[in-house]
Design a protein around this ligand. Structure first.
Ligand code: SF4
Ligand code: SF4
Length: 128
C-alpha cells in the first residue's frame, strides 16, 4: 500500500514546516463533526491540526512529531517529509479499506485556520 505525499498550506498549524510540509508522524482526515458524510472538500478536515506556529510552540508538536523519522528516512522521492495518513472520509473516491488514502498526493488547506474545522483535504473528490 502506498501512502500519499502530504502537501499542506496550513501555516497556523504547529506541525507545518516551510515548503508546505507536514512534520507530524501521522495525520487523520475526518468529516466535519456536524456532518456524517462529506460531499465537498470543505466538509473534510485534518484532525491533527494543532494551533500554533511551528517554531516557538514545539512543545505542543512533540506528542506527534516525526522526530525519529527525520533521523532515519522519512523522505519520499528524496525531498519530501510526509506523515502517515489515515482517513475516515468514506465518500471520497480515493478512500480505501482500512482507512487508507489511495491518492498519490493530498493537499491540506486552511489559510490562517484556528481550529480543525477550518482545515480541508482539498484533494477530496466525491465517489459518486
Ligand atoms: S494541518 Fe494537518 S497536514 Fe497540515 S501541518 Fe497540521 S497536521 Fe499536518
Ligand atoms: S483524498 Fe480523500 S481519501 Fe485521501 S485523505 Fe483526502 S478525503 Fe481522505
Amino acid at each position: 500500500m502506498s501512502n500519499p505525499v502530504v502537501k499542506c498550506t496550513v501555516d497556523s498549524c504547529t506541525h507545518y514546516m516551510p515548503g508546505d510540509q507536514c512534520m507530524a508522524a501521522k495525520i487523520s482526515v475526518y468529516n466535519d463533526e456536524e456532518k456524517a458524510k462529506s460531499n465537498t472538500s470543505e466538509d473534510t478536515l485534518c484532525k491533527s491540526f494543532y494551533p500554533g506556529k511551528s517554531l516557538g510552540n514545539m512543545v505542543g508538536a512533540l506528542h506527534n512529531a516525526n522526530v525519529g523519522g527525520v533521523m532515519s528516512a522519512p523522505f519520499v522521492d528524496g525531498t519530501q517529509i510526509t506523515p502517515q495518513v489515515e482517513c475516515f472520509v468514506k465518500s471520497c473516491k480515493f478512500w480505501d479499506s482500512h482507512n487508507h488514502c489511495d491518492a498519490e498526493a493530498i493537499h491540506v488547506v486552511g489559510k490562517n485556520a484556528s481550529s480543525t474545522s477550518e482545515t480541508d483535504c482539498h484533494t477530496y473528490e466525491s465517489s459518486h
